[in-house]
Design a protein around this ligand. Structure first.
Ligand code: ZN
Length: 315
């Protein structure tokens, strides 16, 4: 398969010091893909900068200027230590969105079969006018908005398997039926950001188009996959997405220092197989995945390698 791999050296310059969301994450991924030989099989692309008009598809002007001003003024964080910032953060965040929009366009037009965006800062916690949880602009939400509003897709699935609930993504789309937000994450009573309960199912026209499947701390591969096949898989088949987006956070891995699930690469492989199969069935194969969390460098590198191996392999 022709699998795009989008990244940009500017992501390394979003300097967060000793914060767990740091540039070594992308270096570890890159090193693993190079040493394992997978990088040679990928279509490597350098993502562009998004324009502020593109960010404004979903975000408030207030947030854009807050991130810009905080970066340029040499501030060390925006609001709290949760959102560490450096002089290149604004630039990196614009390029993260740019990669994701480019990848979505290339996949939409079938110039490549599927894509993975190794971007940072991550995005799924970012709200309309608020940065939070290491996230500034909501990369996956902007891709979904672009696909529905500019490209005419009618049923875009966002599957979020990051261990944390994608609160920002959910809030953008919970009143719409053209974007189905599905998240599996650690029980919000035990985990940041404290949202994503099973009874959050969407509102108004979007009623039934948000699916939250919280799972208890300590859960292992077998039980997690049983939960996926029982409670999620049938709903995905029923929705018949015409584009599949994945908020791919790998922090549900047992080695991850920030959360308490006990998954291994096996689960990430299996989820990728199923989402790719789903895309082939109803979306002409159109699938685009992007990096969210994942903070143990070895676990992150090997999980991304598994994920990309499946995306790149011909069935
Ligand atoms: Zn996370």
């Amino acid at each position: 398969m022709k699998t795009g791999f989008y990244t940009n050296p500017i992501y390394l310059e979003h300097d967060t010091g000793s914060h767990p969301e740091n540039a070594n994450r992308l270096l570890a991924i890159q090193e693993r893909l190079e040493s394992g030989g997978l990088m040679d099989k990928l279509e490597v692309r350098q993502g562009r900068s998004a324009t502020t008009a593109e960010i404004k598809m979903l975000h408030a002007e207030k947030l854009i200027s807050e991130v810009e001003i905080a970066s340029e003024s040499g501030a060390h964080s925006l609001y709290t230590q949760d959102c560490v910032i450096s002089t290149q953060t604004y630039n990196a965040a614009l390029h993260a969105v740019g990669s994701v929009l480019d990848a979505a366009l290339e996949v939409a037009e079938r110039r490549i079969d599927n894509a993975f965006c190794a971007v940072r800062p991550p995005g799924h916690h970012a709200e309309y006018e608020t940065a939070m949880g290491f996230c500034f602009f909501n990369n996956v939400a902007l891709a979904a908005e672009f696909l529905t509003k500019n490209m005419g897709f009618l049923r875009v699935l966002i599957f979020d398997f990051d261990v944390h609930h994608g609160n920002g993504t959910q809030h953008f789309f919970e009143e719409r039926s053209d974007i189905y937000f599905v998240s599996m994450h650690q029980d919000p009573r035990t985990c940041y950001p404290g949202t994503g309960f099973a009874d959050e199912r969407g509102n108004g026209a979007g009623s039934g188009y948000t699916l939250n499947v919280p799972v208890p701390p300590g859960m292992e591969d077998e039980e997690y996959l049983q939960t996926f096949y029982a409670n999620v898989h049938p709903k995905l088949q029923e929705y018949k997405p015409d584009f599949v987006l994945i908020s791919a956070g790998f922090d549900a891995h047992r080695a991850d220092p920030l959360a308490s699930l006990n998954l291994t690469e096996h689960t990430f492989r299996e989820l990728t197989v199923e989402l790719k199969r789903l895309a082939e069935k109803s979306a002409g194969g159109r699938l685009m995945s992007l990096l969210e969390g994942g903070y143990d460098l070895n676990a992150l590198a090997s999980s991304v390698e598994e994920h990309l191996t499946i995306l790149q392999t011909e069935d």
